[in-house]
Write a protein that binds this ligand. Structure first.
Ligand code: FE
Length: 286
Protein backbone atom coordinates (compact mmCIF):
# COMPACT_ATOMS: atom_id res chain seq x y z
CA UNK A 1 0.00 0.00 0.00
CA UNK A 2 1.24 3.40 -0.94
CA UNK A 3 0.66 5.89 1.84
CA UNK A 4 1.13 9.59 1.32
CA UNK A 5 2.32 11.09 4.57
CA UNK A 6 0.91 14.37 5.68
CA UNK A 7 3.33 17.25 6.22
CA UNK A 8 3.11 19.80 9.02
CA UNK A 9 2.09 22.96 7.15
CA UNK A 10 1.90 25.36 10.08
CA UNK A 11 2.67 25.35 13.81
CA UNK A 12 0.53 27.96 15.57
CA UNK A 13 1.02 29.05 19.18
CA UNK A 14 -2.04 28.84 21.41
CA UNK A 15 -3.13 32.29 22.55
CA UNK A 16 -3.74 33.02 26.24
CA UNK A 17 -7.30 34.27 26.73
CA UNK A 18 -10.07 34.45 29.32
CA UNK A 19 -13.63 33.25 28.85
CA UNK A 20 -16.69 32.62 31.00
CA UNK A 21 -16.28 34.23 34.44
CA UNK A 22 -12.54 34.88 34.28
CA UNK A 23 -11.42 31.37 33.31
CA UNK A 24 -7.88 31.39 31.94
CA UNK A 25 -7.54 29.33 28.78
CA UNK A 26 -5.22 28.68 25.87
CA UNK A 27 -7.18 29.34 22.67
CA UNK A 28 -6.66 27.93 19.18
CA UNK A 29 -8.32 28.38 15.78
CA UNK A 30 -10.84 31.09 16.78
CA UNK A 31 -9.51 34.56 15.83
CA UNK A 32 -7.60 33.04 12.92
CA UNK A 33 -8.64 32.31 9.34
CA UNK A 34 -11.50 29.93 10.04
CA UNK A 35 -11.97 28.40 6.57
CA UNK A 36 -8.46 26.96 6.78
CA UNK A 37 -9.55 24.75 9.71
CA UNK A 38 -13.01 23.74 8.40
CA UNK A 39 -14.93 21.96 10.02
CA UNK A 40 -13.18 22.96 13.28
CA UNK A 41 -14.02 26.34 14.82
CA UNK A 42 -12.20 26.52 18.15
CA UNK A 43 -10.01 24.49 20.48
CA UNK A 44 -9.54 25.71 24.07
CA UNK A 45 -7.33 24.13 26.72
CA UNK A 46 -7.84 24.75 30.45
CA UNK A 47 -4.86 23.62 32.51
CA UNK A 48 -4.21 25.02 35.97
CA UNK A 49 -3.44 24.03 39.55
CA UNK A 50 -4.72 27.42 40.74
CA UNK A 51 -8.43 27.62 41.58
CA UNK A 52 -8.47 31.35 40.76
CA UNK A 53 -7.80 30.45 37.11
CA UNK A 54 -10.98 28.33 36.78
CA UNK A 55 -13.28 28.77 39.80
CA UNK A 56 -15.59 31.28 38.05
CA UNK A 57 -16.52 28.65 35.47
CA UNK A 58 -18.83 29.32 32.56
CA UNK A 59 -22.17 30.64 33.91
CA UNK A 60 -25.26 30.41 31.69
CA UNK A 61 -24.59 31.23 28.04
CA UNK A 62 -26.10 30.28 24.67
CA UNK A 63 -24.88 28.29 21.64
CA UNK A 64 -26.41 27.87 18.17
CA UNK A 65 -25.27 26.26 14.92
CA UNK A 66 -22.43 23.89 15.92
CA UNK A 67 -21.26 21.15 18.30
CA UNK A 68 -19.21 21.53 21.47
CA UNK A 69 -17.01 18.68 22.68
CA UNK A 70 -15.75 18.79 26.28
CA UNK A 71 -12.99 16.34 27.15
CA UNK A 72 -11.72 16.22 30.73
CA UNK A 73 -8.27 14.92 31.64
CA UNK A 74 -8.18 15.94 35.30
CA UNK A 75 -10.75 17.43 37.63
CA UNK A 76 -14.51 17.65 37.16
CA UNK A 77 -17.09 20.02 35.71
CA UNK A 78 -20.87 20.05 36.02
CA UNK A 79 -23.01 20.76 32.99
CA UNK A 80 -26.58 22.03 33.30
CA UNK A 81 -28.88 23.22 30.48
CA UNK A 82 -32.14 25.17 30.13
CA UNK A 83 -34.20 21.94 30.23
CA UNK A 84 -32.63 20.91 33.52
CA UNK A 85 -30.41 18.23 31.95
CA UNK A 86 -27.37 17.71 34.16
CA UNK A 87 -24.13 15.89 33.56
CA UNK A 88 -21.00 15.47 35.64
CA UNK A 89 -17.81 15.40 33.60
CA UNK A 90 -15.08 13.55 35.49
CA UNK A 91 -11.45 12.78 34.56
CA UNK A 92 -11.34 10.87 31.29
CA UNK A 93 -14.96 11.48 30.26
CA UNK A 94 -16.35 13.31 27.25
CA UNK A 95 -19.51 15.24 26.49
CA UNK A 96 -20.44 15.73 22.84
CA UNK A 97 -23.17 18.37 22.62
CA UNK A 98 -24.92 19.16 19.35
CA UNK A 99 -26.26 22.65 20.08
CA UNK A 100 -28.34 22.81 16.89
CA UNK A 101 -31.00 25.55 17.06
CA UNK A 102 -30.09 26.48 20.58
CA UNK A 103 -28.84 25.51 24.00
CA UNK A 104 -28.60 27.70 27.10
CA UNK A 105 -26.24 26.11 29.59
CA UNK A 106 -23.62 26.51 32.29
CA UNK A 107 -20.36 24.60 32.72
CA UNK A 108 -19.01 24.92 36.27
CA UNK A 109 -15.99 23.37 38.02
CA UNK A 110 -16.95 20.91 40.80
CA UNK A 111 -13.82 21.55 42.85
CA UNK A 112 -12.40 24.43 44.86
CA UNK A 113 -8.77 23.38 44.66
CA UNK A 114 -6.48 21.04 42.77
CA UNK A 115 -5.74 20.63 39.12
CA UNK A 116 -8.26 21.15 36.36
CA UNK A 117 -7.21 20.08 32.89
CA UNK A 118 -9.53 19.74 29.94
CA UNK A 119 -10.40 20.77 26.42
CA UNK A 120 -13.31 22.23 24.55
CA UNK A 121 -13.54 21.74 20.81
CA UNK A 122 -16.14 23.36 18.56
CA UNK A 123 -17.06 21.56 15.34
CA UNK A 124 -19.26 23.20 12.73
CA UNK A 125 -22.62 21.76 11.64
CA UNK A 126 -23.68 21.67 7.99
CA UNK A 127 -26.27 24.32 6.99
CA UNK A 128 -28.98 21.64 6.86
CA UNK A 129 -28.40 20.73 10.54
CA UNK A 130 -27.75 24.11 12.16
CA UNK A 131 -31.35 24.38 13.39
CA UNK A 132 -31.73 20.72 14.45
CA UNK A 133 -32.92 19.76 17.92
CA UNK A 134 -30.10 19.79 20.51
CA UNK A 135 -28.57 16.43 21.39
CA UNK A 136 -26.09 15.11 23.95
CA UNK A 137 -23.71 12.16 23.92
CA UNK A 138 -21.92 11.55 27.21
CA UNK A 139 -19.35 8.84 27.77
CA UNK A 140 -17.66 7.67 30.94
CA UNK A 141 -13.90 6.99 31.02
CA UNK A 142 -14.48 3.24 30.70
CA UNK A 143 -16.57 3.78 27.52
CA UNK A 144 -13.53 5.16 25.66
CA UNK A 145 -11.35 2.37 24.22
CA UNK A 146 -7.54 2.37 24.33
CA UNK A 147 -5.34 1.08 21.50
CA UNK A 148 -1.63 0.28 21.78
CA UNK A 149 0.70 1.95 19.24
CA UNK A 150 4.43 1.36 18.84
CA UNK A 151 6.60 0.25 21.74
CA UNK A 152 5.41 2.60 24.47
CA UNK A 153 2.56 4.59 22.94
CA UNK A 154 -1.23 4.42 23.00
CA UNK A 155 -4.35 6.30 22.00
CA UNK A 156 -7.77 6.74 23.56
CA UNK A 157 -10.26 6.75 20.70
CA UNK A 158 -13.12 9.15 21.48
CA UNK A 159 -14.49 9.41 17.93
CA UNK A 160 -13.65 7.68 14.66
CA UNK A 161 -11.88 4.40 13.96
CA UNK A 162 -8.15 3.98 14.51
CA UNK A 163 -6.61 0.95 12.78
CA UNK A 164 -3.15 -0.51 13.16
CA UNK A 165 -1.68 -3.64 11.53
CA UNK A 166 -3.06 -5.78 14.34
CA UNK A 167 -6.11 -3.99 15.72
CA UNK A 168 -8.96 -1.65 14.90
CA UNK A 169 -10.74 0.40 17.55
CA UNK A 170 -13.83 2.59 17.17
CA UNK A 171 -14.72 5.38 19.58
CA UNK A 172 -18.19 5.69 21.16
CA UNK A 173 -19.22 8.99 19.53
CA UNK A 174 -21.40 8.44 16.46
CA UNK A 175 -23.86 10.04 14.08
CA UNK A 176 -21.81 13.16 13.31
CA UNK A 177 -21.99 14.35 9.67
CA UNK A 178 -18.41 15.68 9.59
CA UNK A 179 -17.25 12.13 10.59
CA UNK A 180 -14.70 13.42 13.12
CA UNK A 181 -11.73 11.48 14.43
CA UNK A 182 -10.77 12.53 17.97
CA UNK A 183 -7.79 10.67 19.44
CA UNK A 184 -5.92 11.37 22.69
CA UNK A 185 -2.37 10.13 22.03
CA UNK A 186 0.39 9.34 24.47
CA UNK A 187 3.71 8.81 22.69
CA UNK A 188 6.64 7.39 24.64
CA UNK A 189 10.17 8.82 24.40
CA UNK A 190 11.85 7.66 21.19
CA UNK A 191 8.68 6.16 19.73
CA UNK A 192 7.39 6.86 16.25
CA UNK A 193 3.73 6.15 15.45
CA UNK A 194 1.93 5.93 12.10
CA UNK A 195 -1.71 6.98 12.21
CA UNK A 196 -3.94 6.54 9.17
CA UNK A 197 -6.03 9.66 8.43
CA UNK A 198 -8.60 9.60 5.64
CA UNK A 199 -7.44 11.79 2.74
CA UNK A 200 -10.75 13.69 2.50
CA UNK A 201 -10.44 14.97 6.06
CA UNK A 202 -8.74 18.05 7.51
CA UNK A 203 -6.11 17.01 10.06
CA UNK A 204 -4.96 18.92 13.16
CA UNK A 205 -2.61 18.08 16.03
CA UNK A 206 -2.51 19.87 19.39
CA UNK A 207 0.44 19.07 21.65
CA UNK A 208 -0.32 19.53 25.35
CA UNK A 209 2.74 17.87 26.82
CA UNK A 210 6.28 17.42 25.47
CA UNK A 211 6.98 18.01 21.78
CA UNK A 212 6.88 15.99 18.57
CA UNK A 213 8.26 15.89 15.04
CA UNK A 214 5.95 15.32 12.06
CA UNK A 215 7.75 13.27 9.40
CA UNK A 216 6.31 13.40 5.87
CA UNK A 217 9.09 11.24 4.43
CA UNK A 218 11.15 14.21 3.25
CA UNK A 219 11.07 16.68 6.11
CA UNK A 220 10.67 16.53 9.87
CA UNK A 221 8.98 19.57 11.33
CA UNK A 222 8.68 20.29 15.04
CA UNK A 223 5.47 20.93 16.96
CA UNK A 224 5.89 22.07 20.54
CA UNK A 225 3.81 22.21 23.68
CA UNK A 226 0.66 24.34 23.31
CA UNK A 227 1.05 24.56 19.56
CA UNK A 228 -1.63 23.61 17.06
CA UNK A 229 -0.34 21.93 13.90
CA UNK A 230 -2.20 22.14 10.61
CA UNK A 231 -1.52 19.04 8.50
CA UNK A 232 -1.31 18.92 4.71
CA UNK A 233 -2.91 16.41 2.38
CA UNK A 234 -2.28 12.69 2.59
CA UNK A 235 -3.71 9.52 4.05
CA UNK A 236 -1.56 9.13 7.14
CA UNK A 237 0.67 10.95 9.59
CA UNK A 238 3.94 9.86 11.21
CA UNK A 239 4.63 11.37 14.61
CA UNK A 240 7.94 11.00 16.44
CA UNK A 241 8.39 12.00 20.07
CA UNK A 242 11.95 12.64 21.36
CA UNK A 243 10.56 12.64 24.94
CA UNK A 244 7.28 11.49 26.50
CA UNK A 245 4.58 13.55 24.81
CA UNK A 246 0.82 13.90 24.73
CA UNK A 247 -1.38 15.33 22.01
CA UNK A 248 -4.86 15.45 20.51
CA UNK A 249 -5.17 14.29 16.91
CA UNK A 250 -8.29 15.67 15.23
CA UNK A 251 -9.65 15.09 11.75
CA UNK A 252 -12.95 15.92 10.09
CA UNK A 253 -14.68 16.33 6.76
CA UNK A 254 -14.63 20.00 5.65
CA UNK A 255 -18.09 21.45 4.99
CA UNK A 256 -17.02 24.06 2.38
CA UNK A 257 -19.90 26.34 3.33
CA UNK A 258 -19.81 30.03 4.23
CA UNK A 259 -19.03 30.69 7.93
CA UNK A 260 -20.38 33.74 9.74
CA UNK A 261 -19.56 33.63 13.46
CA UNK A 262 -20.46 35.94 16.29
CA UNK A 263 -19.44 34.76 19.75
CA UNK A 264 -21.52 31.70 20.65
CA UNK A 265 -23.43 31.63 17.33
CA UNK A 266 -21.96 30.16 14.13
CA UNK A 267 -24.19 30.34 11.06
CA UNK A 268 -23.89 30.64 7.26
CA UNK A 269 -25.15 34.21 6.74
CA UNK A 270 -25.21 37.53 8.54
CA UNK A 271 -29.02 37.49 8.53
CA UNK A 272 -28.97 34.16 10.40
CA UNK A 273 -26.61 35.64 13.02
CA UNK A 274 -28.88 38.66 13.44
CA UNK A 275 -31.82 36.27 13.86
CA UNK A 276 -29.91 34.29 16.52
CA UNK A 277 -29.13 37.50 18.46
CA UNK A 278 -32.81 38.58 18.24
CA UNK A 279 -33.98 35.11 19.33
CA UNK A 280 -31.59 35.22 22.30
CA UNK A 281 -32.62 38.74 23.33
CA UNK A 282 -36.33 37.85 23.04
CA UNK A 283 -35.91 34.60 24.96
CA UNK A 284 -36.82 32.40 21.98
CA UNK A 285 -33.40 30.90 21.17
CA UNK A 286 -34.30 27.63 22.86
FE1 FE B 1 -20.86 26.35 26.44
Amino acid sequence: MNTRKRALLQALDAQPATDGDGVRIQRNIANRALPGFDPFLLLDEIASDQACDYIGGFPEHPHRGFETVTYMLEGSMKHRDHLGNEGLLVSGSVQWMTAGRGVLHSEMPMQESGRLHGFQLWINLPAAEKMCEPNYQEYRPQDIPLIALGASSSARVIAGTLSTASQSVTGPVGGVTTRPDFYDLRIGAGDSVDIPLEAAKRGLIYVFDGSVLIDDGQHRRALGKQQLGLLGDGDGVTIYAPGDSRLLLLAGQPLNEPIVNWGPFVMNTRAEIEQAIRDYQQGSLV
